[in-house]
Write a protein that binds this ligand. Structure first.
Ligand code: NDP
Ligand code: KPL
Length: 355
């Protein structure tokens, strides 16, 4: 992506690597749009609402560094199901966790055996679940560190930074084109060779995503929510419980923050004036950015709470322990439709049983 102002987008050459975006939503449109702009041959599969918006408006991508990119409708290969006979070099699986089985079934039906599928989803279980549903695919875990918001139909904004990570090797033909293509759009992609390291990355991201329910229930934008100590204390308590369980299970975690996970918990608990100083980098978030779960609650959609707090509960149970805070948070998110009123910091602490 060039910065600032619109840029022209190159037409993909006949020999361009082919990418299928399965689930053209917020992340799918952002990642796929960057790849179209880099000249890759990208097909999007999405719901009629999104496909119609892209047909009417094209795709506009912006980011926190004032980059702006417009991909015209003519450049977009838009579909409501996998285009028949279209064999991608790589597929980006970008649906929410609850939609993974249906999407994986479609990939299994439509793509040649051995097709590489990258799960660009949150949680630690989506790649495993997709692989179980689509046994002929080669499903790999991926990780998206940054926040993307749909600002208007066809307009997607990246509000935070960080490098994409994917399980694979730079020498693999399916993946070779991706790092450079994303770099052109201002996004780094790191390939992680070892499955154990990728698992540690995913758990590191899950720890960060334990703020998603806090953010969603706060009713505030991410930055405003993180500036409230009471909400940070809730996030820190959920993280501490998860880390204790991960330690008990002997599972390593790669921190997604510039400091180790336990240090991050201390930082989150600091009084706000100190937190602002110490966590200046963490607070480099656009004022309007919200967690993906906040979008789900607002639109009355199924949330990914089961893939986040639910995963902590399941890991706890597998080691003979319990995860009362993550269990309680899961209940609060499930009970949202009955309440439908944001929690103040003290209300949320009280609801979690924190002092
Ligand atoms: N948004 C963000 O900032 C971030 C999100 N993530 C993760 O990325 C993943 C995707 O999230 P996000 O992009 O926000 O989700 P969205 O809901 O915005 O996008 C997913 C889209 O895929 C559609 N979809 C689901 N199943 C199918 C199908 N079988 N065929 C076609 N379209 C389908 C959904 O439609 P419908 O709603 O009708 O099912 C929806 O439009 C999640 O795991 C999320 O946690 C990770 C980092 C940041
Ligand atoms: C980027 C981040 C951590 C923002 O909350 C996210 O993963 C999400 O919104 O789901």
């Amino acid at each position: 992506m060039s910065s600032p102002g619109p840029i022209s987008t190159p037409a993909s050459a006949p020999s361009s690597p082919r990418v299928l975006v399965m689930g053209a939503g917020t992340i799918g449109c952002y990642l796929g749009g960057l790849l179209v702009a880099a000249g890759l041959d990208v097909a999007f599969v999405g719901r009629p609402r999104v496909i119609q918006a892209l047909r009417s408006h094209g795709l506009t991508l912006t980011d926190l560094n004032q980059r702006r990119l417009h991909v015209s409708t003519a450049m977009l290969n838009l579909n409501e199901t996998c285009p028949p006979g279209w064999a991608p070099d790589v597929t980006l699986l970008c649906v929410k966790s609850g939609a993974t089985p249906e999407a994986a079934r479609e990939l299994q039906r439509a793509l040649p055996a051995g097709s590489v599928v990258l799960s660009m989803q949150n949680g630690v279980g989506n790649a495993r679940d997709a692989q179980a549903t689509a046994p002929d695919m080669d499903v790999r875990a991926g990780m998206v560190p940054f926040n993307v918001a749909e600002l208007a139909p066809g307009q997607f904004h990246r509000g935070t930074g960080g490098a994409l990570m994917v399980h694979g090797r730079a020498t693999e033909s399916a993946l070779r084109a991706l790092p450079q293509a994303f770099t052109q759009g201002g996004v780094e992609l790191q390939l992680i060779e070892s499955p154990a390291s990728m698992h540690a990355v995913q758990w590191g991201k899950l720890l960060l995503n334990l703020n998603n329910p806090v953010n969603a229930l706060s009713g505030r934008a991410l930055r405003a929510q993180l500036l409230e100590r009471g909400y940070r204390q809730c996030f820190a308590a959920l993280q501490r419980e998860a880390l204790d369980i991960l330690d008990a299970a002997g599972l390593p975690v790669q921190s997604m923050a510039p400091v180790p996970p336990r240090r991050l918990i201390q930082v989150l608990n600091l009084p706000s004036p100190l937190f602002r100083l110490v966590a200046a980098r963490m607070l480099k978030i656009d004022a309007q950015a919200r967690s993906s779960m906040a979008d789900d609650l607002k639109l009355g959609r199924l949330t990914e709470i089961d893939a986040l707090c639910g995963e902590v509960q399941r890991l706890a149970a597998s080691t003979g322990r319990s995860a009362p805070l993550n269990s309680r948070m899961r209940e609060l998110v499930m009970d949202w439709p009955q309440r439908a009123r944001p929690y103040s910091p003290s209300e949320l602490k009280q609801a979690l049983g924190l002092r």
